[in-house]
Write a protein that binds this ligand. Structure first.
Ligand SMILES: Cc1ncc(COP(=O)(O)O)c(C=O)c1O
Length: 286
């Protein structure tokens, strides 16, 4: 993906301004120990897509970390609308908005402070994704019994390392198995494979994130979730694709050095991408 040139606008604890001018304290627990949660929403026509689902997932992540979110959903919606409007008024083409909640100012250790949480929203451009891409399998594993399994937390350093490894071999996404060797997810995406003519995606028990795009694809297609997928199922898939809020549905053309047999995007991937595009055209709040 190419980074957007939009510098972005920020809503930080109630104040809106250019992102370049917003500052968070040096003791913020999000900064010092990665104690935070986030959501990234795609923005279409000035509206955050599937915001209700994203806010529900934010609450689930908050509960998993025992992190209080000091705003109601209505207040978060209002803040989201306001920061998108500010960016749009300033001439930005807003394609995404990221909502982050951290533990706020705190000690440098793992214990959380009580000086209030940091809540911020930052706008960005849409970015451009290739229709089809190459993914690289990494040796790191998702742990279903870990304390942050399936949580969209700001502790993403392992994803940073994995994505850098993927880039180093010419791929654009890294793919993880879980500790049991089952196919799980990418650094910022869920994965679907076609095996024996059936469209399958790893179950949440593999510690993949409950992606909003994954959830919607499961609802608008006959895809099913299963624990019964391995990395070899991906390598030998008839077709495969990635899903995420910013890329929607992106075909996988090759896994490491193995090109998938159907030229990407294959017919199943195209049908899913079309079904998803119709959903997005129909509603902003599926
Ligand atoms: C680890 C991980 N998996 C999957 C996804 C895809 O989720 P969504 O469709 O909600 O964007 C993301 C989103 O960035 C992610 O960070």
């Amino acid at each position: 993906m190419n980074a957007s040139s939009n510098a972005g606008w920020c809503w930080l604890n109630g104040r809106i301004g250019p992102t370049a001018e917003a500052t968070v304290g040096v003791t913020d627990h999000g900064l010092t120990v990665g104690d935070g949660i986030f959501e990234t929403m795609k923005v279409t026509n000035g509206v955050a897509f599937a915001l209700a689902r994203h806010l529900r997932r934010l609450r689930r992540s908050a509960a998993a970390l025992d992190l209080d979110v000091p705003l109601t959903d209505d207040e978060l919606r209002t803040a989201c609308d306001a920061v998108i409007a500010a960016a749009t008024d300033a001439g930005d083409e807003v394609g995404r908005v990221r909502l982050t909640v951290t533990g706020g100012p705190g000690p440098s250790g793992s214990d959380r402070g009580d000086a209030g949480r940091t809540v911020l929203l930052v706008t960005g451009g849409a970015g451009r994704w290739e229709t089809a891409t190459t993914v690289a399998v990494v040796p790191f594993t998702r742990n279903p019994t870990g304390g942050t399994a399936g949580v969209k937390s700001t502790s993403y350093a392992e994803n940073v390392v994995a994505l850098a490894r993927a880039y180093a071999v010419g791929a654009s996404e890294a793919i993880f198995a879980d500790v049991h060797g089952r196919l799980s997810e990418g650094t910022g995406s869920n994965v679907f494979v076609v095996r024996g003519g059936r469209l399958l995606t790893p179950a949440l028990s593999t510690a993949c994130l409950a992606g909003i795009t994954r959830e919607l694809v499961l609802e608008v297609t006959d895809a099913v979730e299963t624990e019964d997928l391995t990395l070899d199922d991906l390598r030998h898939a008839e077709e495969a694709f990635l899903t995420s809020s910013t890329r929607d549905v992106q075909a996988i053309a090759a896994v490491d050095e193995h090109a998938l047999p159907t030229p990407a995007p294959g017919p199943v991937t195209v049908a899913v991408a079309d079904a998803f595009a119709r959903l997005v055209a129909r509603t902003t709040d599926p």
